[in-house]
Design a protein around this ligand. Structure first.
Ligand code: SF4
Length: 267
């Protein structure tokens, strides 16, 4: 069974967070397996026969992710005009002057700033773990330093150049999980969404749509339609992006925004 990222492993873990592997959660276990800090055998509930070639777990793409993160982190930490960027990108300066606060998904991220005004580290104030992809996304947000005002005109990912391969990824990891979640949780949906920065929720007889801020300048429009069982039409959904979203993040990070939103909704 080939696994390219820790998320592939996470999907087949029981997600009971029983801690028998010595880690605080299944997510942490999956992350540590991929970073080589622990091994698959430590989880007694994992079917080891699924992994005849253990080396495939250290998927190239994940190692590349870590390598990318190292480079991005260095670039991020050497930003000279960080405070100015942070304000333009929707961060709140801390009264102490030693950090800024950034809303991200349903979290608040504190970015520490040293005496030279350079960012040093990202701390999730909720205490939950930021995984390497969160860090890549956040570093990119400041490195891209988008300037073009948001249009609030939303388009599908396929409208962006060179997006063909990412459209499928978005469907598998973002749109399909969201549709499944919305279909299963319709009655309590509004309360699930409350944790997030959601606005403009609109409902009609066919479904609903809303806007959600992943980051202050990265807003997704999520559209869900209920389908019609009598006509054999399944429920469906789509994630749309501001027409100028590529000024703020690259395609991969934009797809990850939807994927991570779906993951956070399940928590
Ligand atoms: S032992 Fe397995 S199920 Fe339990 S927390 Fe670790 S990974 Fe999750």
């Amino acid at each position: 069974m080939e696994m390219k990222t820790y998320l592939d492993l996470l999907k087949i873990l029981p997600k009971t967070n029983c801690k028998e592997c010595g880690e605080a959660s299944c997510l942490l276990f999956a992350l540590k397996v991929f970073s080589g800090q622990t091994s698959l055998e430590k989880c007694p509930y994992l079917d080891q026969d699924l992994f005849p070639q253990r080396t495939s777990l250290k998927g190239l793409s994940f190692n590349q992710t870590l390598e990318n993160l190292k480079i991005l982190r260095e670039k991020f930490q050497s930003l000279d005009d960080f405070i100015e960027r942070a304000q333009d990108l929707g961060c709140e300066p801390e009264s102490t002057g030693r950090g800024v606060l950034l809303p991200y998904l349903d979290w608040l991220i504190r970015i520490e700033v040293n005496q030279e005004g350079h960012p040093t580290q990202l701390v999730n104030l909720s205490g939950e773990t930021l995984d390497p992809r969160d860090e890549i996304l956040l570093c990119n947000y400041f490195i891209f330093n988008g300037k073009e005002p948001l249009t609030m005109d939303f388009v599908g990912l396929e409208s962006f150049p060179h997006s063909i391969s990412k459209v499928k990824t978005l469907k598998i990891y973002g749109e399909d999980p969201l549709v499944e979640l919305f279909t299963q949780n319709q009655p309590k949906l509004r309360s699930i969404l409350q944790r997030f920065r959601v606005k403009d929720f609109q409902k009609d007889t066919h479904g609903f749509s809303f806007l959600v801020s992943i980051l202050p300048k990265v807003i997704l429009k999520v559209v869900y339609w209920e389908g019609d069982p009598e006509d054999g039409l399944p429920p469906g959904g789509k994630v749309l992006y501001d027409r100028v979203a590529l000024n703020y993040l690259d395609l991969e990070c934009l797809v990850f925004c939807a994927e991570r939103f779906a993951e956070r909704l399940r928590c």
